[in-house]
Design a protein around this ligand. Sequence first.
Ligand code: PXL
Length: 274
Amino acid sequence: MKRIVTMQDVSCVGKCSLTVALPVISAMGVECGVIPTAVLSTHTMFRGFTFHDLTGEINPIMDHWKKEGFAFDGVYTGYLGSFEQLGLAKALFREFGEGKLVVVDPCMADNGKLYPGFTQEFADEMRSVCAMADVIVPNLTEASFLLREPYRTEYDEAYVRETLQKLCALGCRKAVLTGISLEKGKLGAYALDSATGEYFQTYKTEQPAKFHGTGDLWASTFFAALVLGKSFLQALDIACDYTTETIRVTLADPEHVDYGVEFEKTIPYLLGLL
Ligand code: PXL
């Protein structure tokens, strides 16, 4: 059985980060070890959320794992909340990611804006974490902060390709831009493998709403699909398909909440894609 480790926070209600990654990766048949970086009552889009930092636990957790001789087939980092945690993510890659699949989702921004608490300096430091990854999976907003370039809502294919080249120049082998739309009504992912110069793209029907946590849903699915041995293009396609279908099913439920998607309902659909 494949075994991975993912490092991100636990938002107790809100369906993002670990409360998405753990069930989705497990459902895909991959053992999911976790490094929880913090416990929050909700994700940071709610007001008044509580926050308990777990940074001090991370080195002891890794030390114990080293003593036990644990090894993983892949390492995936999501939302990280401090400069110190960026350093610990790099330590995690050195200790457990050598020769394994390392995926970095530089979670910090969306829709042109940094999430609460993040700064341009954090984005600058995130570059060195991206440099150690095999694959990074930013959205266009995150890419603009990583590259210190203005965020654009209007763009063409040349801009997407140029952005992917600049992202790969950070040091990762492959870069994926999520949430790309080059044609009205279609939304998907555009990627570059810098080692071969090959571009990849896949699109699904754009859904008429955006939800929190869908970036984490996408990244978890993409990562686990790669760990399971799917090709790069297949993994992109499976992640776009599952995320789109999940938003569609969520919108079809008149009682859906606005803070997260009903990914639980579409797990059978996801397994059908594998
Ligand atoms: O989905 C990314 C994410 C993860 N964790 C926390 C967040 C967010 C996005 O806002 O607030 C705590």
